[in-house]
Design a protein around this ligand. Structure first.
Ligand SMILES: [Zn+2]
Length: 382
């Protein structure tokens, strides 16, 4: 049995010092340091740094040159291993609007890697299928030629591997699709890349939408006469919202406002593309050219094309630019996304009975150590 000590432990509702977290694959006990005999355990000393739950990224396309939509199993393995450096211990490989055939190849690649268990790194929870059932007028960086009419059977056919998918509620066939998927499966239905009015979005929520794909980006804005998708997503208590907190997709001035409204339904995501973790230069996203410079990824026409954000940086951005407590900020990248996809019994916080997915971070939110199911999977090189 292992024991993690000497850290500032970020629990879901408070931060505590002087704790001893005892674990194997799961967290067995949380005691105070005076209650345990150190000789009974293999001690991991956090050296006065933060001890946080492993982060959960439910929307990430690529990293270190690989992209889920390539449909390449080795690329998915590269990503799983790469993102543990950023404190991510569980993730949803995310597909783009590419051809239906290519999407199915990508689903199969994720299925193969996940089911065989032959990979090292962040645990694969299932696919986030971003599109292809979106509105061409809000396509963002998604390829218009591959956009399709919403088809519940396509998602249901792959509901063994798909955890969530994006649909524009106003397009022809969407409401029927939302109803069918949400009643016949556990797949989370998310609204996004949508030109819906407030009324159309609300009808989508009534039909079964429970999540929002990168709130504010690629959707109708909140206007006082047209509350739009943003207005509907913020109003609906049963709808969680993703946020790309890189301070470029969303102005940091909105962080507090959104948290005040959504609270534990706010989920930080990266929307990271293959340029993540790579030098500035030219890359592709869903077959389209993208140029990375600093934190910005743009298509030749200036359209924002995903991000190169890391999830630990997103937590830092949110924490430093809001009134949130550190527990609240960390929850947005761990417990809240875990809840959104129904995984909160197993992961998302440091609590007895959950997987021992934990990270040690310094005060700048740099990840020093990542524990996956109780094993040290990453340690920063000094
Ligand atoms: Zn995306």
């Amino acid at each position: 049995m292992k024991c993690l000590i000497n850290g500032l432990v970020i629990l879901a509702d408070k931060v505590e010092r002087g704790l001893a977290i005892i674990f194997d694959e799961k967290i067995e006990k949380i005691a105070t340091i005076s209650e345990i005999n150190k000789n009974d355990y293999e001690i991991i000393d956090a050296d006065n740094n933060y001890i946080a739950p492993g982060l959960v990224d439910i929307h990430i396309h690529g990293y270190l040159g690989a992209d889920v939509s390539d449909g390449d199993a080795d690329g998915i393995r590269t990503m799983a291993q790469g993102i543990i450096k950023n404190g991510v211990t569980a993730w949803c490989p995310t597909t783009m609007t590419v051809s239906k055939g290519e999407i199915e190849v990508a689903f199969s690649a994720v299925r193969e890697v996940k089911n065989s268990g032959e990979y090292y790194g962040a645990r694969i929870l299932g696919v986030n299928s971003e599109g292809p059932f979106i509105n061409p007028s809000k396509k963002g960086a998604q390829a218009e030629e591959y956009i399709l009419r919403p088809d519940a059977d396509f998602i249901l056919k792959h509901s063994d591997i798909v955890k969530l998918f994006t649909v524009a509620p106003e397009v022809d066939g969407a409401i029927e699709c939302i109803k069918k998927v949400s009643t016949e499966s556990n797949v989370l239905v998310s609204m996004g890349h949508t030109n819906a009015t407030y009324e159309e979005s609300t009808a989508g929520v009534k039909a079964g939408i429970r999540h929002t794909t990168h709130l504010f980006n690629a959707m109708t804005a909140l206007n006082h006469r047209n509350p739009g998708v943003v207005g509907a997503a913020l109003s609906a208590d049963n709808v969680s919202c993703e946020l790309i907190a890189d301070t470029f997709h969303i102005d940091k001035g909105l962080f507090d406002l959104v948290y005040k409204i959504k609270g534990d339904k706010l989920c930080l995501i990266t929307d990271c593309i293959r340029a993540g973790g790579m030098p500035d230069g030219d890359y592709t996203l869903g077959g389209q050219p993208v140029h990375k410079e600093g934190i910005k990824c743009l298509m030749p026409d200036g359209t924002i094309a995903g991000s190169v954000l890391t999830l630990n940086q997103a937590v830092k951005n949110l924490f430093e630019n809001s009134d949130l407590t550190i527990s609240q900020a960390v929850n947005c990248a761990s417990l809240n996304p875990a809840k959104a996809i129904g995984e909160e019994k197993n992961i998302g916080s440091i609590a007895v009975g959950k997987r021992a997915d934990m990270i040690i971070m310094d005060e700048e939110f740099n990840v020093l150590t990542t524990l996956l199911g109780g094993e040290v999977a990453y340690k920063e090189e000094k």
